[in-house]
Design a protein around this ligand. Sequence first.
Ligand SMILES: [Mg+2]
Length: 438
Amino acid sequence: MSPTITEVDVYDIRFPTSEQLDGSDAMNPDPDYSAAYVMLRTDSPGGLAGYGLCFTIGRGNDVVAAAIATLRPYVVGRSVDSVTGDLGAFYRLLTHDSQLRWLGPEKGVMHMAAGAVVNAAWDLAARQAGLPVWELLAGMSPEQLVDMVDFRYLSDALTRDEALEILRRAEPGRAARAAELRRHGYPAYTTEPGWIGYSDDKLTRLSKEAVAAGFRQIKLKVGGDLDDDLRRMRLARDAVGPDIRIAVDANQRWDVADAVGWMRALAPFDPYWIEEPTSPDDVLAHAAIRAGQPVPVATGEHVANRVVFKQLLQAGAVDFVQIDAARVAGVNENIAILLLAAKFGVPVCPHAGGVGLCELVQHLSMFDYVAVSGSWDDRVIEYVPHLHEHFTDPVVMDHGRYRAPAAPGFSARIVPESLADYRYPDGPVWQARQELTR
Ligand SMILES: [Mg+2]
């Protein structure tokens, strides 16, 4: 008999990363990397459970946690098999609650909360199957995969039949590419040198260290002050040489004219892409920025859902699609976005600057390589070095590449000690800080 999901535990976990300016950029000067963390507990005698999270940067993590808790009635009391046996139906159930949907629709806090629970259900399914999520996905038939997708609002750009065709085209090469992945891992780039709060010396040192560690691409945060950006870009280019790619990221800082002017000024240093130049909702502005200056445009970490990704692709507004594992409604919606990107022939380079995002999103890129786009040309997953020690199955970097995970699940389980220590506001890490300010 299938075990039952007995409880949805929700945790507000925060890490005081702002103290070292890790993660700092032009719009987010002092992030405390945080997770609204979900555990789907079951009555399975083996202790089977599913783990997922939403990433935030501190304040508001409690709001996401509260949103997750509103989904409890859809989960508690259900048999595990009824959830993991039809993850497409489960995803649609959570995203189409007729009253909660009013808070979006399909965007913002409620959508992120649904994503955390959907991802926890995928983790549960993968643990049950004894497979990492990327292998669980890569073992599904094209028909099973399209059943995971909600094609509502997509069919003017991608029909179910077209999606099937993309997946069938990739089917014959699946086994060879999976073997390739296990041998060589998946290419990555690092944002470690480029946080805007880091000194010039730290930027130079970390840029050199990134190349020595095997990375072929780094990323710098820009958009604070043009003279600073010109100086930092020159330092980074001198440190890494002409053959290493340097992407830049403005974190939504600019209007169209600012973005065009700023990127024309930085263009002599050969930036690989300009990421989030402006509002993530503004499809036409991205198209204008792409047309107005020579550097390719990337966005996606704050793109609310598959519909906006569809428009960005239809409008020819982006050169790189940056999926995020925990912004949209989980694995299911990301399958749709991967299929859209494949249809338009645009490479997917995931966002992973946060806590747990590297762990989660590696599975989606690996699935894309094996079963969707079938390619890793021009594709890289972001890597940041922070906070991996808090996970039971942390990412493993090997010469600038993500090693393919072998452990069952979605890699986002946090170790129990960290759950206790970093719980906000009553865990000892935060209690100690309150003592200091009292
Ligand atoms: Mg970014």
